[in-house]
Design a protein. Structure first.
Lengths: 199, 270, 199
C-alpha cells in the first residue's frame, strides 16, 4: 500500500473506532508491517498538529484515538450540554435494561438480542457511568463484558441488583407488551420508538 | 373461449355484449340480465366435472360490469352524468392501468433506494460520542426512570421482533366498534374506583381490540366518566372511574349512555 | 471568531457528535451567523476532499457529519462490524418508495395503490425508524399520515428529500405501458378501449 493510501485507511479506521486502536490490529487489518503503521500514526499526529486541526491523534494505553483538541474544550462542553437529550431514548433504555438483567454481557450479545448495532449506545451508557466493563469473555478478541454500576443502582433508588423487579412477573408477555406499547403510541400519535440505536 | 348469451335483442359472446353496451350500440336497459345469469349457472351446472375457471372469472367480471352499468342507469339522478362516467368498465380498467404504471414507477424507485443505500453504506459515520473528560457535563439521563420501567424495557428489548408468518390480508377482520367497547367498559363490574389500562386490556386477544378499548376510554374521558393519567413516559395509564355506579348502563328507556356513545362515536373526531 | 478558529471548533464538535449536527445548532453554540457556519462547513468539506483525507464531511438530513471516505469501505468494513442484516423485502421497499414520494400518506392510500393490505409492512418500516406518523387526516377515525424520517435520509445518504430523483423518471415508457395495457386486456378478457371498431 502506498504511504498516502495507508494514511487514509488508518484515518478512516480511527474515525469509526469507539476504543483506542492498537497499532498491531491496524497492521493486521491493513496487512502492513507494524513499524510502517507506527510511522504513519506519527506522521498523521504531527500533520493534525501542524495543520491546527480541531482534533488530535492521541495515544491511549498503547492505542491510537482521535479526540478533540484540548483548546476547544469550551465549545465541546457547550455542545455536550446542549445536544444530549434529557432522557434516554427507548433504544438506550432497552440496552441498559439488557445489561442490568443479563450482566455480565458483551456488546455482541446485546446486539444480537436487539437486532441492531449497539456500540454507540453502550458507549454513551458507559460514559454516563451507568455501565462499566466488568470482565472479558473467553474466545476470539476477548470481548469486554459489561455490568451496571453503583451509580446506576443509586439513580434507580436500589440497594442491590436483587431489588430489580423480577421480569417473569410481567403479563402480558414481552411481545404483546412491546406491540401494545407501539400500537398505543401510534394510536396516540406520539413518537414511536426510534428503531435505530441513535440516542 | 367465452360464454355466448341469448336475449331478445342480442345473441353472441358476452364480451361483445359489453362492448356494444359500452359503445352505446345496445341499451343495457333492453338487456334482461337475469336470464343471462341463469343461463350461465345452468351451463356451469352441466359442466360441473370440468369447469373452465378462466371462463368463469371472465363471465363474473363482465356480468358484474353489466349489472353495475344497468343499476346506474336505473337509479334516478344520473341522466346528466357524463358519458364517460357511464363507461364504468373502461374507467375501472384505466384506473387499474394507471395504478399499475404508478406501482411500476415506485418499484423502480425502490431499486434506486437500494443503490443509494448501498452507496451510503460505504461511508461509515463517526458515532463515537464525547471524549472521556466531557461526560460529567451531561445531565442525568435516568431521571424519572423507575425499576419497573427498566423491567418493561428489558422485556421489550429482549423480545424477539415479531415476524409475520401468515399473510392474512385476504381475511376479513371482524370489526369491533368503539361504541360497543364503550358499553362494555361501562358495564364492567368494578370493586375499585381506580384501575390500570393494562389490567383492562388483559383479556383482549387482538391488537385491534386493545386499540378500540383505548379509543373507548378516550371517549369516556371526553364524556367525563373517567379520568386518565400517566405518571411518566414509560408508565401504564391510570384510570379513575368518576361514577361508582354506572348510571345508564342498564336503562331501557330514554337516551342510554350506550346509545349516546354510539351516536357520538359514529362521528368520531378524536 | 477567526475563520481558522471557527473551522477548528466545528471540526471538534463534529468529532463528538453521534448524529448529523444542524448548522443552526453550530451557529448558536459558536455564536456566529448561520451563513458563516455554512460557508465554513463547505470549506472544510472541500479541504478534506482536496487533501484526500480518509474521511469526508457529508451533509445528511440537513446536518453535517464526519464519515469515512467511500473508497476505504473495504478496510473500514473489516474493522467495524456494520449491521447489514436488515435488508428490506421488495414489498417493504416499494411501500417505502410510496411513502417517500407521496408523503404525507395514509395506510389506506398506500394499500389501495398497492392492492394489498400494507399494515404489516408499514409497521415494520415504522419499527425500523424509516417512516413515522407525521399527522392525521381529516375524516372518520382520523387515519395516521406517514412520512419518511431523518433516519431514512441518513440510510440513503441524502441531505433532503429534494435529492430523491423525481418519480416521473421512473414511469415506464410507452412500450411498457402498451404491454401492461395488453396484459390487462387479456386478464379482463375484453376488447380494446371504446372507440376502436374492430369487433
Amino acid at each position: 500500500m502506498e504511504n498516502d493510501e495507508l494514511a487514509r485507511a488508518i484515518e478512516a479506521v480511527l474515525l469509526v473506532a469507539v476504543e483506542p486502536v492498537l497499532p498491531g490490529l491496524l497492521a493486521e487489518l491493513l496487512e502492513e508491517p507494524a513499524e510502517r503503521v507506527e510511522d504513519t500514526l506519527t506522521v498523521l499526529a504531527n500533520q493534525y498538529l501542524d495543520e491546527r486541526r480541531g482534533f488530535v491523534l492521541a495515544r491511549i494505553a498503547g492505542g491510537a484515538r482521535l479526540q478533540t483538541h484540548p483548546d476547544l474544550a469550551p465549545y465541546v462542553e457547550r455542545f455536550a450540554n446542549r445536544d444530549v437529550s434529557h432522557r434516554l431514548s427507548t433504544a438506550a433504555l432497552e440496552t441498559l435494561a439488557i445489561v442490568a438483567y443479563r450482566q455480565p454481557v458483551s456488546r455482541g450479545q446485546i446486539s444480537s438480542l436487539r437486532g441492531v448495532n449497539v456500540d454507540g449506545v453502550t458507549r454513551l451508557l458507559e460514559q454516563r457511568g451507568y455501565i462499566e466493563v466488568v470482565g472479558r469473555a473467553d474466545g476470539p478478541g476477548q470481548p469486554a463484558l459489561y455490568g451496571t454500576t453503583d451509580l446506576f443502582l443509586e439513580r434507580l433508588g436500589l440497594n442491590s441488583l436483587e431489588q430489580l423487579p423480577p421480569v417473569e412477573d410481567f403479563l402480558p408477555g414481552p411481545e404483546v407488551a412491546g406491540e401494545l406499547e407501539m400500537d398505543l403510541q401510534a394510536a396516540l400519535g406520539v413518537d414511536g420508538p426510534a428503531g435505530s440505536d441513535d440516542v | 373461449m367465452s360464454y355466448a348469451v341469448s336475449t331478445p335483442t342480442f345473441e353472441g359472446p358476452i364480451e361483445l355484449l359489453l362492448h356494444l353496451v359500452s359503445s352505446h350500440e345496445v341499451d343495457v336497459l333492453d338487456i334482461p340480465l337475469l336470464p343471462i345469469v341463469d343461463g350461465f349457472v345452468r351451463v356451469l351446472t352441466e359442466q360441473r366435472e370440468q369447469i373452465d375457471f378462466n371462463q368463469l372469472s371472465e363471465f363474473l367480471l363482465v356480468a358484474a360490469i353489466l349489472i353495475e352499468l344497468k343499476s346506474q342507469k336505473l337509479l334516478p339522478g344520473r341522466e346528466s352524468a357524463d358519458d364517460d362516467d357511464e363507461l364504468i368498465g373502461w374507467d375501472e380498467r384505466d384506473l387499474l392501468l394507471a395504478r399499475l404504471l404508478e406501482c411500476r414507477a415506485y418499484a423502480a424507485a425502490a431499486d434506486v433506494f437500494v443503490a443509494l443505500a448501498e452507496q451510503a453504506a460505504r461511508s461509515v459515520p463517526r458515532e463515537v460520542g464525547l471524549d472521556d473528560g466531557f461526560a460529567v457535563h451531561a445531565p442525568d439521563l435516568l431521571a424519572g426512570v423507575t425499576p419497573d420501567d427498566l423491567a418493561q424495557a428489558y422485556l421489550r428489548g429482549s423480545a424477539e421482533r415479531p415476524v409475520p408468518r401468515v399473510d392474512l390480508s385476504h381475511v376479513t377482520v371482524d370489526t369491533v366498534s368503539v361504541a360497543e367497547a364503550v358499553s362494555a367498559l361501562i358495564e364492567v363490574p368494578r370493586e375499585e374506583r381506580a384501575t390500570s389500562f393494562r389490567s383492562l386490556v388483559a383479556s383482549c386477544t387482538t391488537r385491534i381490540e386493545v386499540i378500540v378499548r383505548f379509543l373507548a376510554l378516550l371517549e369516556l374521558c371526553k364524556m367525563g366518566r373517567v379520568a386518565l393519567g400517566q405518571g411518566h413516559t414509560f408508565g401504564d395509564l391510570r384510570i379513575d372511574w368518576l361514577d361508582a355506579e354506572p348510571v345508564f348502563a342498564h336503562g331501557t328507556g330514554g337516551q342510554g349512555l350506550g346509545e349516546m356513545a354510539g351516536y357520538e362515536i359514529d362521528d368520531y373526531q378524536g
